[in-house]
Design a protein around this ligand. Structure first.
Ligand code: SF4
Length: 330
């Protein structure tokens, strides 16, 4: 038994078998990369996150710094690409893992940053390719107007949950300003509340080790996730990638990144303050090595997870043992 609530066990309990995510790039852009917002989050290298089997050339899309109306209006190539990406993902996951059940994840950039009409066509296209157990939409807390949430909730069925994945990164407004997130912690709490009111489930992305943050900040972020009643969390340790504002700070010697020991300690601390029923979807960042500036020396994921498990066993700790209370999630 692991010392935290794993995503794989949640999926097996709910669906009776492993469910594999097919991650697709829907050709979206990001409002935070608009010039008026000074070029996006300080840790963002402008490549978006993309599944490994879709990384033929990182992504086939060329994006402008802000909303690209012309590209958004020529939607047909995007629809075609989504279909191809799903087929490629299914083929890869079936061959590699014998996958039979799938979820569809729009994971690159801000996947609600478009007109409702375009969003409908994009989500419909993906969901029309095959049966998916879950639809997962990654986005920002400030990019989920009511009509978009209504559209997302229309995809909920008795057999299919719809999840919204919100980037919070930190509950500290000082840190959010420093990394140029373009929203505050209150915007996150409000977005989660509104998503829940539409019957959507929520996963929250956080980063441990952001500049100037201490143990108290990690605990405050865990508490913010608890009080928003987010059903799941993805924990990332700070990675510095080339071409980012943080890369300049790192190369100037103004900031450092956590090594393995501090990351283990921080993840353990965060988990201990997180409510015990929150599903842990991720515990570590995974950046392609050719884009990673720091940390360059770090164990691989399975080694890190084994060491985390051993550490928590030795310390007699587990997820939620320092949390103030376990709220029942909607
Ligand atoms: S919200 Fe996401 S895509 Fe947009 S700038 Fe930040 S990290 Fe990059």
């Amino acid at each position: 038994m692991t010392r935290w609530r794993t995503y794989s066990s949640y999926l097996k309990e709910k669906y009776g078998a492993p469910v594999y995510r097919i991650g697709v790039d829907g050709g979206f852009s990001c409002p935070n990369r608009d010039e008026s917002r000074h070029g996006g989050c300080a840790f963002c290298d402008g490549t978006g996150s993309i599944a490994v089997y879709q990384r033929t050339a990182e992504s086939g899309y060329r994006r402008t710094a802000s909303y690209d109306r012309e590209r958004a209006e020529t939607i047909l190539p995007r629809l075609l690409s989504i279909r191809e990406q799903i087929e490629r993902g299914r083929e890869f996951l079936s061959r590699r893992y014998g996958a039979e059940l799938f979820s569809l994840s729009f994971q690159s950039w801000t996947n609600t940053y478009d007109s409702v009409e375009n969003l409908r066509r994009i989500y419909d296209e993906g969901l029309g390719v095959m049966d998916f157990r879950e639809l997962l939409i990654s986005t920002r807390p400030d990019t989920v107007p009511e009509d978009v949430l209504s559209l997302l909730s229309s995809y909920i069925t008795p057999e299919r949950d719809v999840w919204v994945e919100f980037g919070l990164q930190s509950a500290s407004d000082r840190t959010l300003r420093l990394i140029n997130r373009g929203h505050d912690a209150a915007a996150y709490a409000d977005a989660v509340r509104r998503a829940h009111s539409h019957g959507l489930k929520v996963a929250t992305h956080v980063i441990l080790g952001l500049p100037g943050e201490s143990r108290d900040d990690f605990i405050a972020t865990a508490k913010a996730v608890n009080s928003a009643r987010s059903e799941a969390v993805k924990i990332h340790n700070l990675h510095i990638t080339g071409g980012t504002a943080l890369a300049d700070d790192y190369l100037s010697g103004n900031i450092t990144v956590m090594g393995e020991e501090r990351t283990l300690e921080s993840v353990e601390l965060f988990l201990r303050h997180l409510d015990e029923d929150i599903i842990i979807e991720r515990l570590l960042s995974e950046t392609p090595f050719h884009r990673l500036l720091a940390p360059r020396v770090f164990p691989d994921k399975s080694k890190f997870l084994r060491r985390l498990e051993a550490r928590m066993e030795k310390n007699g700790t587990r997820q939620g043992d320092l949390a103030s209370g376990c709220a029942v999630r909607p």
